[in-house]
Write a protein that binds this ligand. Structure first.
Ligand SMILES: [Zn+2]
Length: 238
């Protein structure tokens, strides 16, 4: 299957898009990491202020190793900020810290898409994990051209679709976290407006990586539909 030119046409396009998005994030992050914020607040300070401004108590802020490993853990209500964010006084650090607080606010307010995404994780893990084997078996049986092949192919497609669904529901969660982050930065007087523009650029680039993940997953799903014979008529298998 991996020698199939059709595979590279679909998946290669997704890979290029993902690489471009990652490049955009890294360059925006390194550019605005070098711009010190005039407030002199570190990422951790910014996070603390936004939590306070939103009346959220009981969220812990701690440091974590690595670059861009920042995340909010809803199980322990912990905000983990990476090395270039936690103790760093830059526009990029403020933007990333604010975004992660956005997730903590979503959690505190029972934001629907976040709840759905959390509940969907085990479904996508199981579906995605099994999909490859089932799709391979379906292909070996002639795909949609035979009765058994068709049942297996349908099952495999549905299993893989659970992961596409996950990348789709991630979009509102991530966009909303950044929207909340920028809104609080603006209204809370934490950062001057010209600095917020820089934070916005970092967050827009980060959002692009999630869009790339969704598009890649959708292209992969479409590739399987073609390969298994659901779309585009009969294909000769060599
Ligand atoms: Zn996020």
């Amino acid at each position: 299957m991996y020698m199939d030119p059709l595979y590279w046409l679909f998946i290669g396009a997704g890979m290029l898009l993902s690489l471009w998005a990652q490049f955009r994030v890294k360059s925006a992050f390194s550019r605005y990491s070098q711009v010190a914020s005039r407030s002199g607040l570190t990422g951790a300070d910014v996070a603390q202020r936004i939590l306070q401004a939103n009346g959220i108590n009981g969220v812990r802020i701690e440091g974590i190793r690595g670059s861009l490993t920042d995340h909010y853990d809803p199980k322990t209500r912990t905000l983990r900020l990476s090395e270039g964010v936690y103790g760093t006084r830059s526009i990029a650090a403020a933007g990333i810290a604010a975004h992660e607080v956005g997730h903590a606010i979503q959690h505190a307010q029972n934001y629907g898409p976040l709840k759905f995404r959390s509940a969907w994780v085990p479904v996508a893990n199981l579906g995605g994990g099994l999909s490859m084997t089932v799709i391979m078996a379906a292909l070996a049986l002639g795909g949609a051209a035979t009765a058994t092949g068709q049942s297996l192919a349908t099952a495999g497609i549905l299993m893989f679709a659970t992961t596409t669904m996950f990348t789709l529901v991630t979009l509102p969660v991530e966009f909303d976290a950044s929207r909340r982050a920028l809104a609080t930065l603006e209204s809370g007087g934490v950062m001057p407006n010209d600095e917020i523009a820089g934070a916005r650029k970092v967050l827009s680039a980060a959002a692009l990586t999630y869009v790339a993940a969704f598009v890649t997953s959708l292209l992969t799903l479409f590739y399987y539909l073609v390969r298994l014979g659901f779309v585009g008529g009969r294909r000769n298998r060599r």
